[in-house]
Design a protein. Structure first.
Length: 99
């Protein structure tokens, strides 16, 4: 049997003060110790760890991970400030594109 690890498990594993932190870490550790194949979005995990992203901002990090995985450099968004921390992408407001 193999497992895809949900985003909420990864998030709890990097939030030591969250009530689910210990069980999230323990579950993944046990699967790995038993040599169970465990899958997750590796680029997304790297981005949230490198940039210290937590909470609702992880959804932005997932967009950036998808962009980097597929070689997309430009992001169209109303929330330009949310993406300032990320390098290697061009963030554009719809008003600029529509003009």
């Amino acid at each position: 049997m193999s497992f895809l690890v949900d985003t909420n498990i990864l998030l709890r594993s990097v939030e030591p003060l969250h009530p689910h932190h210990a069980v999230a870490v323990a579950a993944v550790y046990r699967l790995l110790a038993e040599s169970t194949p465990v899958y997750f979005n590796a680029e997304w995990k790297r981005i949230i760890v490198v940039h210290g992203v937590s909470g609702v901002k992880v959804h932005d990090a997932r967009l950036v991970a998808t962009m980097k995985t597929h070689g997309v450099r430009s992001l169209l968004t109303f929330d330009m400030d949310d993406f300032k921390r990320y390098t290697g992408i061009d963030v554009m407001h719809p008003k600029v594109v529509a003009a």
